[in-house]
Ligand binder design. Structure first.
Ligand code: XMP
Length: 512
């Protein structure tokens, strides 16, 4: 069995990042509730404990505390930010509210030797975000690093192997943070770097088996990266007790339903229920032009259709979802800041409340690249794992204006040609997204001797790292020319193709 580092979660948005950094060092880590009992940690044989940061103040009544017995276990403990303060408090130190909130970049100067700082030389850049600070150290501790506003920015009890830091070693803004984490894992906790994604997959499969038992699970399969990986993972764990529900909302790309069915039903031999709900969606969308109303309508009908499908399967206890860590963060941001709702995405939390199903979200702790790595382990193809993102409302937000089947079909054909050429010219995997948009205008053209009055297709091809910002991709003109010629020649109803050359911001990637 791999050694395990327990990350006790005090609610920081960086908790998952800590776990990820540990995985990057090929050591297994598990995020556990902040109050996990020492007896439980002992039973699990943890090699070290990390206390995460968190939004609370240790000075506030009822703020979260760890089981004090974790400090008697004889295993190294590393407290980060709130984790440092709570450790200081529990072990008899004094914490005060700081006059100067430290937030952002700072400099840590070393004071003497510390095994945590092995291989580093003073000073190093660190990232702070905290309001409280330790005023009086608990017995046995001494300061080994200071910042401008904090004489106890890095403290340690060398004998007991307890360490605390005001700054966040896990974020990229602490450029040498990985060294500190590495020193903690290998030098202090004596871990060996033997954890792999395949071992993680095995563990997840075991966990899913334990959680689900012989109960039934359903999964809304979209064919995207996350839901595909969850589908294969859960299927490996419980086989036919998983039913995947695929909703054809009539807003899918060309052959999408057939491709998904082929892969999951035929290849992976999963139980899969396809709901053909095109009519229902298109009827509900009739006449709606406002993008937000379109999204909301699509989201609402999806829930209705999905709910009905689940009822028809009967006796289901769990809903598996492909929620990944960035979704969790995004929905947290949205919950805390109404201004951040620019578009109403419905990836997280839309379904289950009403449906009374228990949630199974095995990818919740993983970042996208880790999900892809896991998918590779599970035998999913590059085509699935490196597909471009496709929005939940699908072509519904790419056929601008009111939706109708005829124009959707035109869009599907144009989009398929664009995608085909992206693959054929070796560009598909080099860009973030490439898709066609149907514009709600008609323009004049001439074909043979005839005047045409037909539709316009826009090509949107962007490069991006995280979809937060994007730039239009500089695709060679010959290729653009071929795409345009093919679309105009092969797709009846299109006589003009335009290229979108706007970056995000100020434009968005999608047109609606
Ligand atoms: P924008 O258009 O906001 O898109 O620049 C950023 C990324 O999000 C995708 N997107 C969506 N995904 N539901 C989704 O699941 C949506 O309503 C939605 N709107 C945009 C978009 O394709 C891009 O990758």
């Amino acid at each position: 069995m791999n050694q395990k580092i327990a990350v006790l979660d005090f609610g920081s948005q960086y908790t998952q990042v800590i776990a990820r950094r540990i995985r990057e060092c090929s050591v297994y880590s598990e995020i556990m509730p902040f109050n996990t009992k020492a007896t439980e940690l002992k039973k699990q044989g943890v090699a070290g404990i990390i206390l995460s940061g968190g939004p609370a103040s240790v000075l506030a009544k009822g703020s979260p505390r760890p089981d004090p017995k974790i400090f008697d276990m004889g295993v190294p403990v590393l407290g980060i930010c709130y984790g440092l303060q709570v450790m200081g408090k529990v072990l008899g130190g004094e914490v005060v509210s700081s006059k100067h909130r430290e937030y952002g970049s700072g400099e840590l100067s070393f004071k003497g030797e510390s095994r945590l700082l092995k291989g580093l030389s003073s000073p190093i850049k660190v990232w702070n975000s905290h309001g409280d600070k330790i005023e009086k150290l608990p017995a046995g501790f001494k300061a080994v690093g200071t910042t401008e506003n904090s004489k106890y920015a890095l403290i340690e009890d060398r004998k007991r192997n307890f360490f605390g830091m005001q700054f966040h070693p896990e974020v990229v803004h602490t450029p040498q943070g990985m060294e500190i984490i590495r020193n903690f894992l290998f030098d202090i906790c004596k871990c060996t770097a033997d954890w792999t994604m395949s071992a993680y997959a095995e563990r997840m499969i075991e966990d899913i088996r334990k959680t689900v038992g012989d109960k039934k699970v359903i999964l809304g399969l979209s064919g995207g990266v996350d839901s595909s990986v969850v589908a294969v993972l859960v299927h490996k764990a419980i086989g036919d007790n998983l039913t995947c529900v695929f909703v054809d909302n009539g807003l899918l790309r060309k052959n999408e339903r057939q491709n998904v069915e082929k892969m999951f039903k035929e290849n992976f031999k999963m139980r899969m229920k396809t709901v053909r709900a095109e009519k229902q969606f298109l009827t509900a969308l009739k006449g709606i032009t406002d993008p937000e109303r379109k999204r909301k309508t699509i989201g609402r009908v999806f829930i209705e259709v999905f709910d009905k499908a689940v009822k028809s399967i009967g006796d289901v206890d769990f809903l598996a979802q492909g929620t990944i860590y960035p979704d969790v963060i995004e929905s947290m941001a949205i919950a805390g800041n109404p201004a951040s709702v620019i578009k109403s995405h419905h990836n997280v939390g839309g379904l289950p409340k009403k449906m009374k199903l228990k949630l199974l979200e095995p990818l919740r702790e993983l970042f996208k690249d880790e999900v892809r790595q896991l998918g590779t382990e599970l035998g999913l193809s590059k085509e699935v794992l490196w597909r471009h993102p496709f929005p939940g409302p699908g072509l519904g937000v790419r056929q601008l204006g009111a939706i109708n089947k005829k124009d959707l079909d035109i869009l599907r054909e144009a989009d398929a040609i664009l995608t085909e050429e992206m693959y054929a010219n070796d560009i598909y995997y080099k860009v973030w997204q490439a898709f066609a948009v149907f514009l709600p205008v008609k323009t004049v053209g001439v074909m043979g001797d005839e005047r045409t009055y037909d539709n316009v297709i826009a090509l949107r091809i962007v490069e991006s790292i995280d979809a937060m910002t994007a730039d239009w991709a500089h695709v060679p003109h010959e290729i653009l020319s071929k795409i345009s010629t093919r679309i105009i020649n092969e797709v009846k109803g299109v006589n003009r193709v335009c290229l979108d050359i706007s970056s995000k911001p100020p434009a968005t990637i999608e047109w609606e």
